[in-house]
Design a protein around this ligand. Sequence first.
Ligand SMILES: Nc1ncnc2c1ncn2[C@@H]1O[C@H](COP(=O)(O)OP(=O)(O)O)[C@@H](O)[C@H]1O
Ligand SMILES: [Mg+2]
Length: 315
Amino acid sequence: MEIKKIGVVHDKNLDKNKSLMVDSVFNAINKKYEAVKIPFDENFFENIKKVDFVFNLSTSGGKEGRQIHIPALLDLLDIPYTGSSACTHTICLDKFITKLILSFYNVPTSRFTHIKENEYIENDLNLNYPLIVKPVREGSALGLTKNSVVWDLESLKREVEKIHKDFKEPVLVEEFIDGIEISCGVIGNDEEIIILPLLEIDFSSLPEGVERFYSYRVKNEIGDKVKYYCPARIDKEIEEKIKRGVKASYKALGLRDYARIDIRVKNDEFYILEVNSLPLLIPSYSDILKMGEKNGLNYDDFILKLLEVAIKRYF
Ligand SMILES: Nc1ncnc2c1ncn2[C@@H]1O[C@H](COP(=O)(O)OP(=O)(O)O)[C@@H](O)[C@H]1O
Ligand SMILES: [Mg+2]
């Protein structure tokens, strides 16, 4: 099938960064195809009929829906689109379910449990302190503060209650991996998966007393103090091990076209923290683009590559 027009589908309300992302993706696609921007608004169903392929950039909507609704609707309308299915996004939005599936496939992830609102907290969770407490369905380090890492039952209970109160959703409690932080970008499908150079996120230059992980304030307020190394400064052996684990996770979760996976490494073992099934593509900002650049892909090349692997999957 010949593709005539590509719709860049995006959320109705965009902040400055997401506007830049939508415009940049639109410009990249326009180099090769005819593109049109389609917001998810009251005219969506009318506008979507005019395109024969979608580049999906919609990441928000509803409290639990987030990036699920556009793939679900496009599937219903039988319009092909970039990225994972609604089912895979649903799995990856929930860190607990993601970890359950990874554990089933023996992909290393730190030991964990799940605590619902009003659920009794056992004195012995059969996990080793320190633990990290986070909302099960958020992203962008929401709900993560210095106090999210706990060393005893009393502070664990306090943090769990706080997350329940602030987010009204279950809490994920997992063993804190005091190690090297790595993020891994993946592009492609099936036998043609490309694992991008690993990105190491180094917190060691943060001011004294600041937590050595991506809490909300580290990510959003003092991000300029965090150092990045791409490729990561780790041994070849562990790098290969991570790449195998990432491939296994991609397959186990049914990821398509592209994704970014967050990892920690300690004592020559890696642990998958979470999977971002629809990472943002904000120029000069998004981590997956930094990894792409190391692989020789500038912004427009990167976007066209994602489109190419998605189109190949359908036709
Ligand atoms: N088990 C863990 N051990 C060590 N650090 C963790 C762990 N879980 C989360 N973190 C830290 O918190 C950050 C955010 O957690 P993550 O699960 O990736 O949530 P988000 O969806 O907000 O990115 C990670 O990048 C990492 O720095
Ligand atoms: Mg993360």
